[in-house]
Design a protein around this ligand. Structure first.
Ligand code: AHG
Ligand code: MN
Ligand code: MN
Length: 334
């Protein structure tokens, strides 16, 4: 494959399909640059004094890691001044962050999980950044949380960076899923995969099985059948993987298929799962669908859910189409 940069891809995509206007290109390039900065900080580890816990909690009641806060700051600062955004929202901020008055405002709104997989930071396992881009509603004057509450189908772009053995950026603007590897010497993002496709069939699943005793019957049934292997109802052996960083689990599934699950369970019956709809489930669902996979909350397509709050949680089943359809059927057959 002829190697092209992220910039070249974005410009050519606009020329061919008119789908990435200049402001959106700027937005994506700024986010990609911020991810480069985060990748650099991650790579310094103990030498950069970026490991360990900060003395604060986020809105979800989770203890923040130093890197959660550092990554959030990097994304905010990078995106404030360019004139491409109206407002931002983040896992690490209780409410939205409108662009300060000293800067021009644009028509896009950016949501992010600045650092996904926080429990893996200090043990040198892959972590990442997830982002979602929406358009500001027509006639919006001062942005409010309401303006962000759009279903995932309205996303104009979504992506993630994974900080692993390689730093890779995966992006969709609604025309396929493409990945770019960070050339660390040159400091540039180089396209390394075009039109990624998830196989419909798979023999690999990802779930935190330590929660098995809290699962609802459809999940217990589905996982039981996978575990039963060759002599069970599925007549085939399945392998299990759980990185505990959604970015890394999704990245594996994009590359070789699989199903990722974070179901709602009976630990906290009022909570519909652990993952957050707006900046985890929605962007990942758009990417997965664009690569030929499927994503549901067990009952319905995640991208169709009308959000009601910025930090709302959702059950997630995503990946290879046939498996997602099966576990979704088990939920609806109940
Ligand atoms: P975050 O670090 O942004 O809070 O997200 C962590 C999420 C997700 O990345 C991962 O799939 C899941 O939490 C892991 O949950 P367990 O701790 O239950 O394994
Ligand atoms: Mn996360
Ligand atoms: Mn996070």
């Amino acid at each position: 494959m002829k190697r092209i940069s992220l910039t070249q891809y974005l410009i050519e995509e606009q020329r061919l399909n008119n789908s990435i206007p200049a402001e959106l290109r700027l937005l994506i390039e700024v986010v990609a640059r911020a991810c480069k900065t985060i990748s650099h900080a991650v790579g310094k580890g103990a030498l950069g004094d970026v490991l360990g816990t900060a003395e604060s909690e986020n809105i979800q009641g989770e203890i923040q890691k130093k890197l959660d806060i550092i990554s959030n700051e990097i994304l905010l600062q990078a995106n404030e001044w360019g004139g491409h955004l109206a407002a931002m929202a983040s896992e690490e901020m209780e409410t939205i962050h409108p662009i300060p008055n000293r800067y021009p405002k644009g028509e896009y709104m950016l949501l992010f999980d600045p650092l996904d997989g926080s429990s893996n930071i200090d043990v040198n396992v892959s972590i990442g950044t997830i982002f979602s881009v929406l358009k500001a509603p027509d006639g919006m004057a001062t942005p409010t949380e309401e303006d962000f509450l759009q279903p995932g189908t309205k996303q104009v772009a979504a992506g993630y960076a994974v900080y692993g053995p390689q730093t890779v950026l995966v992006l969709t603007t609604g025309n396929g899923v493409h990945s770019f590897t960070l050339d660390r010497e040159m400091g540039s993002w180089v396209m390394t995969q075009r039109n990624m496709q998830i196989p419909a069939e798979t023999a690999e699943y990802a779930i935190n099985a330590s929660n098995a005793r809290y699962w609802y019957p459809p999940v217990t049934r589905y996982i039981g059948e996978l575990e039963a292997g060759k002599t069970g109802p599925r007549s085939k052996n399945f392998n299990m993987r759980w990185v505990a960083s959604m970015v890394a689990d999704v990245h594996r599934i994009l590359n070789r298929g699989g199903i990722f699950m974070y179901p709602a369970d009976q630990r906290e019956p009022d909570k519909p799962g652990k993952l957050r709809l707006m900046y985890e489930a929605n962007p990942m669902s758009l990417i997965i669908e664009q690569a030929g996979g499927a994503a549901t909350d067990g009952k319905q397509r995640i991208l169709d859910i009308q959000p009601t709050t910025l930090h709302q949680r959702v059950a997630v089943f995503l990946g290879s189409r046939n498996e997602v359809e099966m576990v979704t059927r088990y939920h609806t057959e109940e």
